[in-house]
Design a protein around this ligand. Sequence first.
Ligand code: 2M8
Length: 817
Amino acid sequence: MADLPPGSTHSRIRSELERRITGGAWPVGTRLPAEPVLARQLGVSRGTLRRALATLREHGLVEAAPGRGSFVVRTVPTSDQRRQVGVVVPSIARPSGASLVQAIEDELHRHGYSMLFGSSGASRTQESGRVRRMLENGVSGVIAYPIDYEPDVALYAELKASDVPLVFIDRYLPGFAADAVIPDNVSGAYEAVKHLADIGHRRIGFVSTDNLATTSVADRLQGYRQALEAAGLTYDDELVLCRIPVAAAGWELTESQRAENSNLLCEFISESTPTAVFALHNRLAFHLHQAVATMGFRIPDDLSIVAFADDPLAQTLLPGLTVVEQPRDRIGRLAAQLVVRKIQGSREEPARYSLATAFLVRQSTAPPRAGRRGRGVLTPPRPRNLAAEALAVLRANDAGSWTKPSVHQYPHQWNWDSALVSLGWASVDWRRAVREIESLLDAQWVNGMLPHIRYDPRHLDGYFPGPDRWPNAVRHHAPGFLTSGISNPPVLVTAVRRVAERAPDAAGRHALLSRTFPALERWLHYFTRKRQLDGCPLVSVVHPWETGWDNSPRWDYVQAAGLKPRQPFTRRDTEHVGAEHRPEDRDYDAYLALIELLDSADYDIRGYRAVSPFVVNDVFFDACWYRAATDLNAIAQSIGARPPFERGELAEFAAAFEERHWDAEMNCYFDYDVIAGRRIVVPTPAGIAATLSGLVPRELAERLWTSYTGDGPDLRPVWTVSPKHPAFDPVCYWRGPVWVHLNWLIALGLATVGLDDEASALERRTIALVEESGFSEHYNPLNGRGGGAPRFSWAAALVLDLIDRNGVGRPVQPFIA
Ligand code: 2M8
């Protein structure tokens, strides 16, 4: 006997026959087997079979031709016979969606209807695809939960035009006349925020996803505003965070979405200092709860949270959440009743039904306590968990085996960024630090050069210039890589040495050092073999980007030469960061023109020098090289290899360093313009960073430091151009702002020459700056405000390093003997 569906015998037989017809086994025109044969096949009596066939005839699927038997005449029942309603919601996987659908299905069933279900995901195409398929399948009406952002209004207009009964749930489409059953979002939010104000909160935040045009979100925001107003509080943009994408506000998040959320939420809480937050829904409340826990906050002691509840799961995850409860069951049932009424011919005008919510006070809200983090509190706030915040930044920027400097502005791997970032990873996850280093070394050129950018092929659209601007670079590295054609200050060697110091055991340390040593050696030798000119052992640097101090006034003379590239270009760097923080167009003209010259010379220093106005001995770069060489010698010793740099070679380098960089008249170290054969006399901390080399005597270093910092006694150190210099600009990139990584390197330099107190004071002030303004690309030395790209990796990594060494107070260990 056939495998029959459950139910009474005759209805099971009817369903089975219907399945054969609608499923295509018996197409139109098929003559059904004779009754006795079919009854035997199905294992039922002829009476039962006849009753089932009668229903099929009623539904218009089968017709009897007297004397010839029964024939299939159509394969789809007419819509009024089918009694089906289509229900489309974004996802059945969301617990909230499931309970709504359950209520709808129950109610439809009560009225003799079944449900055809579709899930629209977050896509308009999927939304209309699902609804259209339902219509083809003959549904008599549709209940829709429109998607976020841009629902398919045209689709719903078509339904209306074809008189298909339509009811929206959860949200409505503004200006579109259709029935909608929603929770009373305005009053619900109002009640929640009023509760917070009633118990004494004055800084009440609103945390939401970024789909502000969706009516449920807009209405909750309106309720929030109205409650503030009723409580005599002023609406403050700073307290409203509406930047979380819908896709990043669910339960099932990727590790990087989770980290990005946590980052955003921590930043919001620490910068906007609310004492209470109203969350758009309880998934966001949950993420917020998790994020503030990493900052050492307790709910409700340090922060009260109330949420609009749209799914029951949060109650188990976040016990005691004070919520606005949605009447999900009533919403589902009313929507089903309305659609059935319309199907059955009711001509009622479309209306919006706002169903009352309930407010449940549990344990996540309490009056604000003196001493909590809000503004204007009397006792000092609980110290923030800077290390956890720093780690969240690193995690958000983590690309797997390397770290983006900042997600949007710099989506590739940068050489000296990655080197310094490995120090942050080393304090939390040593193996991850090793991966960072190895991934950087993987992109090494055949001649030993380690490029300043290793491009991520997935993000070529996100950054300019891409690899196409360095066309000849492909001839120099292993296939499969995309890189720039210049290098960066070789801080990696010093970083490797420090990361190795933190290895969990001697074997791990030895393995890291011996694996990386050959590549590091080839890189440092590349500078002395392929980048020396005129017999001078110093490094010939070929591009401002190679120095890492892109638009430092040290290089203004090149930009002033008015270079123009041959190929036109469009900058992308001001898309995410204000133009006032970035170089000017004429700087970019020079950058691109220099790249063209270098690439045409196939990256050969002599060929390039013949055509380019820019070849320098950068004092900072040379100091880093010298330090790297001595660090590499120490590494060699520790793994039993021959130190690659002999005393004589180092002495020659040191002599040239003194000769070219020391300016007796100005009493400072400066860069050297190799083309013009002159020193570039612009006072920047590059001269102080010369201490990194270990070549600067302590007294001289002290004088340099006192004199440079004396230029701005009230400023936050270390400004990248002296405030007394006409080029000083407190917000523009390398023309004045403070950089965490540079402070870290300068502190290392100061400690190297024995200025331990100065080094640790600088480290303390660096941590204070980050505590004050977050993990920015750079900071205004006048007021400490962050600038450039946000959530910056090396700022986070080096703060982790400082905290990990209890660096607040303890200087970097200088290593150099
Ligand atoms: C900045 O430079 C890049 C070009 O390399 C840019 O502006 O697009 C500099 O601050 C550089 O030192 C840094 O390594 C890089 C990534 O953080 O950004």
